[in-house]
Design a binder for this molecule. Structure first.
Ligand code: ZN
Length: 130
């Protein structure tokens, strides 16, 4: 299942847990796995805290400190920091489905990670029974 997403900031974590949960519900799969896949080189996906929005804010701050927007990069497009951050977060994540629900912890959310926005983006959710 394909989802389209419009990011609104240059760097932004967007909680997509509800979209993934919707894909799981629509699949009627009770036990299996859900794979979330992001087909971009300057955006990624990760699982982290969903309760305090300061957490994902702090993650962006820390990533910017480690990998500044302007640095000694060779890539002529000028967005190497975004490529690095996207690879760090990863292009996919997998969540176990149990009793028809994502087996996320209470404080876990699935985040689409924009590092070179704002842009029109997309991600895919593949549900596998088993
Ligand atoms: Zn680039």
């Amino acid at each position: 299942m394909q989802f389209k997403i419009q990011t609104t900031k240059s760097q932004q974590f967007i909680n997509i847990t509800n979209k993934v949960a919707e894909a799981v519900r629509n699949s009627h799969v009770q036990d299996g796995i859900a794979v979330v896949y992001v087909p971009h080189t300057t955006a990624g996906v990760t699982i982290n805290e969903n309760a305090d929005p300061d957490v994902v804010h702090d993650m962006i701050t820390a990533l910017n400190k480690a990998y500044p927007i302007y640095g000694e990069y060779l890539h002529i497009e000028g967005n190497s920091h975004a490529h690095i951050k996207a690879s760090l977060m990863g292009s996919s994540c997998t969540v176990i489905i149990k009793d028809g629900k994502l087996m996320l912890g209470t404080w876990q959310g699935i985040y689409f990670c924009e590092f070179d926005g704002p842009r029109n983006r997309e991600f895919y959710v593949k549900i596998i029974s088993g």
